[in-house]
Design a protein around this ligand. Structure first.
Ligand SMILES: NC(=O)C1=CN([C@@H]2O[C@H](COP(=O)(O)OP(=O)(O)OC[C@H]3O[C@@H](n4cnc5c(N)ncnc54)[C@H](OP(=O)(O)O)[C@@H]3O)[C@@H](O)[C@H]2O)C=CC1
Ligand SMILES: Cc1cn([C@H]2C[C@H](O)[C@@H](COP(=O)(O)OP(=O)(O)O[C@H]3O[C@@H](C)C(=O)[C@@H](O)[C@H]3O)O2)c(=O)[nH]c1=O
Length: 290
C-alpha cells in the first residue's frame, strides 16, 4: 500500500489533510509532528524512514511566524531551510517523493501580473528567504519532487489571519487593515484536497515527468483589507473594517505589495478546478461555528 508521511501535521495544512484521509482509502497515512519526528534532525528522519516504509513525504512543518522570523533567524533557517535539506537528501536516497510547501513571500512583490513558477524570486523577509533556500535544496538534491507555493492560508486550525480577524472583530469596534498588499487567500482544505489529488495522479502515472515547482492558491485577487471585510460580514461581527497602508501599519517583516500566483500550470498538468477565494470563507466559518 502506498504510504504517505505527513510532517508538521498538527498545523493548519496537516490538520486539513488528516480530515480527508477517509476519501483516500488507497493510501496509508502516517501523521507526525515535532514530538514524533523532528525534521531538523537528520538522524531522526533516517531512523523513521528505515522503520516505516514511506513513498511520499508531505512536509507541512515550517517556521511560519513571519515577524518572529526577523528576530529568530536561526530557528527559521533550521526549520525552513536546513530541515528541507535533510528531507531532500533522505528522499533522494530512499526514493521518496517529497511534496514541499512554499510561499508567495519568495517574491519581491514588485510585479503587477500573477507570478509564474519561473519568475524571478527576491524575498524581502527572513521567512521568505529561508523558505526559498528550502526550495533550492530540494531542486538541487532531489529533482523528483513537487514544491507547491501557496499564499495566505487559513483554516479552522492553528493560527491564521481569518481567526485573528474574527477574534479582533469581536473585541473591537473598528479595525485597520492594509489595502496595499494584494494577493489571494487559500483555504487550506482546498489545498489539502489538491495535494492528495496530485499524489493520486503520480501514483496512477508512473511515467510522470513534470516534477518541480507549482503555484496554488484560491482563484481571484484581493487585499488583506478586502479579505478582512468579507470575514467580518460573513462571521457577523459588527466591527467596522477601515483600510490603511503598510507605511501606517508597521510590522517587523517586509511583506510583498503584490503576490498573486498564476495557477495555470497546476490547473493544466493536474486538471484541478480551483474555487474563487470569496466563496470559500463561509465554508471555513461554518466549521468554526459548529
Ligand atoms: N500559513 C500560511 O499562511 C502559509 C503557509 N505556507 C506554508 O505552508 C506550510 C504549512 O503551513 P501551516 O499549516 O500554516 O503551518 P503551521 O505553522 O500551522 O504548522 C506547522 C507545524 O509544524 C510543526 N513543527 C515545528 N517545528 C517542527 C519540527 N522541528 N519538526 C516537525 N514539525 C515541526 C509546528 O509545531 P508548533 O506549532 O508546535 O511549532 C506546527 O504543528 C508551511 O510550509 C508554510 O511555510 C505557505 C503560504 C502561506
Ligand atoms: C492583524 C492585522 C494585520 N494587518 C496586516 C499585517 C500584514 O501586513 C497583513 C497580514 O497579516 P498577518 O501578519 O496575519 O499575515 P502573515 O503572517 O504575513 O501571512 C503570511 O504568512 C506566511 C506564513 C505566508 O506564507 C504568507 O502567504 C502569508 O499568509 O495584514 C493589518 O493591516 N491589520 C491587522 O489588524
Amino acid at each position: 500500500m502506498t504510504s504517505i508521511l505527513v510532517t508538521g501535521s498538527n498545523g493548519q495544512l496537516g490538520s486539513e489533510i488528516r480530515e480527508l484521509t477517509t476519501l483516500y482509502p488507497e493510501f496509508k497515512f502516517i501523521f507526525t509532528d515535532i514530538e514524533e519526528l523532528d525534521i531538523t534532525s537528520l538522524d531522526e528522519i533516517i531512523q523513521f524512514v528505515e522503520k516505516h516504509k514511506v513513498n511520499y513525504l508531505i512536509n507541512c512543518a515550517a517556521y511560519t511566524n513571519v515577524d518572529g522570523a526577523e528576530e529568530n533567524v536561526d530557528i527559521a533557517e533550521q526549520l525552513n531551510a536546513k530541515a528541507v535539506k535533510n528531507i531532500a537528501e533522505i528522499s533522494a536516497h530512499y526514493q521518496i517523493i517529497p511534496i514541499q510547501i512554499s510561499t508567495d513571500y519568495v517574491f519581491s512583490g514588485k510585479g503587477f501580473k500573477p507570478y509564474n513558477e519561473d519568475d524571478e524570486t527576491s524575498p524581502g523577509s527572513v521567512y521568505g528567504k529561508t523558505k526559498l533556500k528550502g526550495e533550492n535544496y530540494l531542486r538541487e538534491i532531489c529533482p523528483k519532487h513537487i514544491t507547491i507555493r501557496t499564499s495566505w492560508l487559513y483554516s479552522p486550525f492553528g493560527q491564521n489571519f481569518l481567526k485573528t480577524m474574527i477574534k479582533l472583530g469581536k473585541e473591537r469596534e473598528e479595525l485597520h487593515v492594509v489595502s496595499d498588499q494584494v494577493g489571494t487567500p487559500t483555504y487550506a482544505h482546498d489545498l489539502a484536497k489538491s495535494i492528495l489529488k496530485i499524489i493520486r495522479r503520480l501514483e496512477n502515472d508512473k511515467n510522470f515527468k513534470e516534477f518541480g515547482v507549482y503555484h496554488y492558491s484560491n482563484d481571484g485577487v484581493c487585499s488583506w483589507f478586502d479579505f478582512a471585510t468579507e470575514i467580518q460580514i460573513i462571521f457577523g461581527n459588527n466591527c467596522k473594517t477601515k483600510s490603511t497602508d503598510s507605511e501606517s501599519f508597521k510590522t517587523l517583516a517586509k511583506r510583498p505589495h503584490y503576490s498573486v500566483l498564476n495557477k495555470s500550470k497546476i490547473k493544466h498538468i493536474f486538471g484541478l478546478d480551483i474555487p474563487h477565494w470569496r466563496g470559500r470563507i463561509s465554508h471555513c466559518i461554518n466549521r468554526i461555528k459548529s
